[in-house]
Design a protein around this ligand. Sequence first.
Ligand SMILES: Nc1ncnc2c1ncn2[C@@H]1O[C@H](COP(=O)(O)OP(=O)(O)O)[C@@H](O)[C@H]1O
Ligand SMILES: *C1O[C@H](CO)[C@@H](O)[C@H](O)[C@H]1NC(C)=O
Ligand SMILES: *[C@@H]1O[C@H](CO)[C@@H](O)[C@H](O)[C@H]1NC(C)=O
Ligand SMILES: *[C@@H]1O[C@H](CO)[C@@H](O)[C@H](O)[C@H]1NC(C)=O
Ligand SMILES: *[C@@H]1O[C@H](CO)[C@@H](O)[C@H](O)[C@H]1NC(C)=O
Ligand SMILES: *[C@@H]1O[C@H](CO)[C@@H](O)[C@H](O)[C@H]1NC(C)=O
Ligand SMILES: CC(=O)N[C@H]1CO[C@H](CO)[C@@H](O)[C@@H]1O
Ligand SMILES: [Mg+2]
Length: 426
Amino acid sequence: DSSSTQKLKLGQKLNEGKTKEIYSLVDQPGLVLVQSKNQITAGNAVRKDQMEGKAAIANRTTSCVFKLLQEAGIKTAFVEQHSDTAFIAVHCEMIPIEWVCRRVATGSFLKRNPGVKEGYRFSPLKLEMFFKDDADNDPQWSEEQLLVANFSLAGLAISQCEVDIMNRSTVAIFEILERAWATQNCTLVDMKIEFGVNVTTKEVVLADVVDNDSWRLWPAGDRCQQKDKQVYRDLKEVTPEAMQVVKRNFEWVSEKVKLLLENPASGRVVVLMGSTSDMVHCDKIRKACGSYGVPCVLRVTSAHKGPDETLRIKAEYEGDGVPTVFVAVAGRSNGLGPVISGNTAYPVINCPPITADWGAQDVWSSLRMPSGLGCSTVLSPDAAAQFAAQIFGLGNHLVWSKLRASMLNTWVSLKIADKKLQSCSL
Ligand SMILES: Nc1ncnc2c1ncn2[C@@H]1O[C@H](COP(=O)(O)OP(=O)(O)O)[C@@H](O)[C@H]1O
Ligand SMILES: *C1O[C@H](CO)[C@@H](O)[C@H](O)[C@H]1NC(C)=O
Ligand SMILES: *[C@@H]1O[C@H](CO)[C@@H](O)[C@H](O)[C@H]1NC(C)=O
Ligand SMILES: *[C@@H]1O[C@H](CO)[C@@H](O)[C@H](O)[C@H]1NC(C)=O
Ligand SMILES: *[C@@H]1O[C@H](CO)[C@@H](O)[C@H](O)[C@H]1NC(C)=O
Ligand SMILES: *[C@@H]1O[C@H](CO)[C@@H](O)[C@H](O)[C@H]1NC(C)=O
Ligand SMILES: CC(=O)N[C@H]1CO[C@H](CO)[C@@H](O)[C@@H]1O
Ligand SMILES: [Mg+2]
C-alpha cells in the first residue's frame, strides 16, 4: 500500500496516536489520510504487540461501518478507502472526548457501579463520556465538566448545543449498529466513538474510526463467544498461539462486518393511481421511496371503471413473492384503496390527492371503511412513502437505519436553527 500512499502526495503529519497516523494531503485541502498501524494496545498501551495484518483488518472494519452509517445518512468524516491500511477522511479538529454507549452492563461500568451485575440491560441506552487524557487514565466526565472546559475546535465553541448533538448522535449511531449486528445474531454490548469538527464547515461529525477496538460484540448474546478486543485484554500471557486466537477473532468480525451492508430481500411499493392526472402526486411518493432505498412502481387503474384490471394488477404483485405495500392514489371518491384492501393481505395506504374545494368531504371515502378493512390514510405523499418505509424497516435494517438517521438529522437541524436564532437576537 506504500506505493498508492505515495501517489497521494502526503503533506505534514498532523497527528499520531497509539494506533494511527494522520497526514494532510497536498492536493486535497480539507482532507486527510488516516493510516492504521500494525499495533494492538490495551490498558492505555501498557500491553502492546505488533499484530501482522491487524491494520488491514481494522481498515476493512472501519470502512464497512462508516459506509453503513453514511448510507443511512449519518454525517461522518469518512470519505473513501485508500489502501489496505489507510482511508481518506475529512480533516477534523477532534473533540477530546470518548462517548461510550452501553446496552448491557459489563467491564469498567461494573467496577464504577458496584452491585450492578454483568448483563444488566439499559433501556434507554446508557451514555457516558470520558476525557481523553492518557496521563490521567481517561477520567469519566459529567456534561457539566465538558461545558466548563470551554473547548473550542476549528473555531467552534463546544457549548450545550454541541454536547446535546453529540449525545443524540451517539445514541442514534449505536442503535443503527446494534440493529445491523442483530442481523448476524450478534449483540452489540457497548461502543465508544469520538467526534470532530469539520474544519471547513464547522459541523460536528463522527470521526476517528469505528473498528473492533471500539466495541464489544457477543455472538448470540453469549459473552463466552465474544469476538472483540476483550479476548486480547484477558490474555494471561501473550503467546503466538494466543495472538492467533485474537487475530482469528478479528478476522471473524471483519468477515461478518461486510454482511452488515448486504440488503436483505427487499420489498416494494406499488402506487396505484386512479388517473394519470394524479401523476405529480405519485412521482413525489416514488421519489421519497427512493430516499429510503425502497423500490417503487407506478400503475394506473380505476376501481370504479376497471375493477377487473385493478384486481388483476393486484394479483400480479401478489404472485411474485416480493413483499409489497400498496399505496392507493384516487381523487374524489377513493374506491381504489378500500377495494384493494378488502382483497389482499398486504398493507394498503390511502394517499388521496386532496383538493381545496371538496377535500374535506372527499377524505371520508378514505377514512370510514366497512368492517374487515385495515387500510390507513396519509395525506402527504412524503409521509405515505415514509410510512411504507417504516413497514419495511421492521424487517430491513438498512431501510430502518435511514429512518433512524433522518430522525436524528431533523433533530439536529432544529437544534442548530434555534441556536442561530438565539445568537441573532442577542
Ligand atoms: N479525521 C481526522 N482528522 C484529524 N485528526 C483525526 C481524524 N481522525 C482521527 N484523528 C486523530 O488522530 C490521532 C491518532 O489516532 P489514535 O492513534 O487513535 O490516537 P489515540 O491513541 O489518542 O486514540 C488522534 O488524536 C485522533 O483523534
Ligand atoms: C475486532 O477487534 C480487533 C481487536 O480490537 C480489531 O483489530 C479488529 O479491527 C476488529 N475486527 C475487525 C476484524 O475489524
Ligand atoms: C466537511 O467538509 C468537507 C470539505 O472538506 C465538505 O465537502 C463536507 O461536505 C463537510 N461536511 C461533512 C458532513 O463532512
Ligand atoms: C445525554 O442526554 C440525556 C438526555 O438529555 C441526559 O440525561 C444524559 O445525562 C446525557 N448524557 C451524557 C453523557 O451527557
Ligand atoms: C469560555 O470561553 C468564552 C469565549 O469562548 C469566554 O467568554 C469565557 O470567559 C470562557 N470561560 C472560561 C471559564 O474560561
Ligand atoms: C442465533 O442465536 C440463538 C441463541 O440466542 C441460536 O439459538 C440461533 O441458532 C442463532 N441463529 C443463527 C442464525 O445463528
Ligand atoms: C487488506 C484489506 O482487507 N484491505 C481492504 C481495506 O478495506 C477495503 C474496503 O472495505 C477493501 O476493499 C480492502 O480489500
Ligand atoms: Mg484512538
